[in-house]
Design a protein around this ligand. Sequence first.
Ligand code: C2E
Ligand code: MG
Ligand code: MG
Ligand code: MG
Length: 289
Amino acid sequence: HAKESGNDRYHVFDAQMHQEMIDRLALENDLKRALERQEFIVHYQPIINLKTQAIVGLEALTHWQNPERGMVSPSLFIPCMETTGLIVPMGMMIFKQACQQLYRWHQQGWTELTMSVNLSVQQFACPTLVEDIDRILAETSIHPACLKLEITESAIMNNIEAVIAIAEQLRSRQIQISIDDFGTGYSSLAYLHQLPIDNLKIDRSFITQIQPQQSQYKVVDTIITLGNHLDLTVTAEGIETVAELEQLQQLDCEFGQGYLFSRPVRAEAIEAKFLQRDRDVDSCLPYYE
Ligand code: C2E
Ligand code: MG
Ligand code: MG
Ligand code: MG
């Protein structure tokens, strides 16, 4: 039992910092082993055409299946993967898994589906990124035009010259580029029109409980108009309710994803819910019923 001394809270603080350090080292160690043990698996979240409600593609979101920790969501381990640099080898493994899965869906007749994969700023700094992507596309027989690579606004700003140079190489292969979490970074209109990109993904924080008269509604309206003027498609992230969907439809937002349609799930669950044989890709049935 702790003594009632004036220094106790410092001891408690030390102990807590010590524990946090131990936890972080344990996480790093587990993540290193996770790579060797292939514990990373891809979950897929459908991307929907908001007008027709047809599924147009999937976003690959990496989950970590660990014997002790269970299924760990990306927001809990991706930051650590980035600080340790593990994101670079993991990113390529995930990229290959997602391409192999897309190939299977194309073979099953869902030939129009695209695959969106998140790229970390560290992958953009990797000198072999473009050749690695070329090699995996060739190995998995995926046409580059079916691939969308997502990079966050803040990652672009981190090293804008390098990102532009690489994005240009990727687009010359017909690979599409999206800006992820758009609206939360510090991009300026001065360069947005110069970026070699195809798609803006509006950050989920603007979509939550969106309603006319709100400032976030005006922001979303403005991003959609901006996208139209710059010839970019626009995707809304984090659609959770029918009300949010209806507001976005009124704003003519073309694409969206969110828990309303599906959480990120295993490939088999995507097949069961979205890719049944009797349902064609252009069917207008709402998926969320
Ligand atoms: P992101 O790329 O912006 O992905 C969208 C995030 O929003 C995902 O979080 C997804 O589960 C969540 N989401 C989608 N719809 C809804 C909704 O309706 N409501 C709510 N509350 N959330 C929704 P998640 O899966 O935790 O992933 C977090 C971030 O981790 C991703 O954000 C992405 O930046 C990163 N990430 C995930 N997988 C990878 C990967 O393989 N490589 C890299 N570099 N980053 C990844
Ligand atoms: Mg998740
Ligand atoms: Mg993303
Ligand atoms: Mg996002």
